[in-house]
Design a protein around this ligand. Structure first.
Ligand code: HEM
Length: 336
């Protein structure tokens, strides 16, 4: 017969083994995302998203950059959960209407809506908007000549989207480097990962207002920030001359190869051909300069770092289980 302490131990372990607490805490473990998530429930998922992204990018070549920035802005505010796609209502101002998000171009939203429409016809109620945005972004990066990276699947869509949650979670071009690093670090991204992700500025464009403060009346003695290559500053001043009257005026982020996802952005910013103050700072700050130099001379190193950082970004703060759901429409919650 077991001695009393041993009996107690056996009883205790039996209790914990059968304990509902242990079981429910096991249930609370979020299932990991997988690459095969829709293999059975929606076998045509990848093909449908591929077709939609290809057609959309061909008809509107600004889509790739639009989706990439949209994805970044979605992920950094409460995770990659499609919260940025929700439209505001009379009662609540959603993330997309926070002032930093007002410049997110419609093409990024549109490509997701198109894929969602096709997917709802083929496998209704199965595929999340968050997964669509993640895969569409990857496909579009590849279409621009960028590297392929793995996107795991099974994200749920957010149940909350508040404009007031945005401030402080996204970098602004006029922020000092300390603050930019703090934002990325607070989400688990290193300085190196921040530099690699910002290589996204190899495509797309920026509105003149985003860099006007370093282009015009920079100081009492200087028209523009001396970080600009002087001739480049001159042509930017003329390209943006009317920006107050015409706020849509914008310039390619990478003036050398704007339609190619490559490492030219890093070459540009080393030569004073960056647009934003944050681009100039990236190549001058001693914490980031080394990575800029490496990526400007070695595209493989940039692509490898970008792949790792995007794979990490695309699972940041994801919702699974009861923390989210599968929206019927990407721009509104199911209970609306
Ligand atoms: C490091 C801090 C960053 C700052 C301060 C910053 C800021 C900006 C600003 C101000 C614009 C111009 C928006 C406009 O005028 O419409 C822009 C464009 C863009 N950003 Fe960033 N960004 C940063 C990092 C990133 C990252 C990490 C990504 C993606 C992984 C990204 C992707 C893009 C893309 C693709 C565009 C072009 C958008 C388009 O053409 O529609 N940015 N960024």
């Amino acid at each position: 017969m077991a001695s009393p302490p041993l009996l107690l131990l056996a009883l205790l372990s039996a209790f914990f083994f059968f304990s509902p607490t242990v079981h429910s805490s096991q249930r609370r473990q979020p299932p990991l995302l997988t690459t095969t998530y829709y293999t059975k429930s929606c076998p045509r998922f990848e093909q449908i998203v591929q077709d939609v992204t290809t057609n959309k990018q061909i008809s509107s070549p600004t889509t790739a950059a639009a989706a990439l920035r949209l994805f970044f802005h979605d992920c950094f505010v409460s995770g990659c959960d499609a919260s940025v796609l929700i439209s505001s209502t009379h009662f609540s101002k959603a993330e997309r209407d926070a002032d930093i998000n007002l410049s997110l171009p419609g093409d990024g939203f549109d490509v997701v809506v198109r894929a969602k429409t096709d997917l709802e016809l083929t496998c209704p109620g199965v595929v999340s908007c968050a997964d669509i945005l993640a895969v569409a972004t990857r496909n579009l990066v590849v279409m621009m000549g960028g590297p392929y990276y793995t996107v795991k699947l099974g994200r749920k869509d957010a149940l909350i989207s508040r404009a007031s949650d945005v401030e402080g979670n996204l970098p602004r071009p006029t922020m000092p480097m300390d603050q930019m690093i703090r934002i990325f670090n607070s989400k688990g991204f290193s300085v190196q990962e921040m530099v690699a992700l910002t290589g996204a500025h190899t495509i797309g464009f920026s509105h003149c207002k985003e860099f006007s403060s370093i282009l015009y009346n920079y100081s009492r003695t200087l028209q523009s920030d001396p970080a600009y290559y002087p001739e480049f500053a001159k042509s930017l001043r003329s390209a943006c001359a009317d920006y107050t009257k015409n706020p849509t005026l914008s310039v390619f982020n990478d003036i050398m190869t704007p339609n190619k996802f490559d490492n030219m952005y890093y070459n540009n910013i080393r030569k004073g051909l960056g647009l934003l103050s944050s681009d100039h700072t990236l190549s001058s700050d001693q914490r980031t300069r080394g990575f800029v130099e490496l990526y400007s001379t070695n595209q493989d190193a940039f692509f490898q770092a970008f792949v790792r950082a995007m794979e990490k970004l695309s699972v940041y703060g994801i919702k699974t289980g009861k923390n989210g759901d599968i929206r019927r429409r990407c721009d509104s919650f199911n209970n609306n």
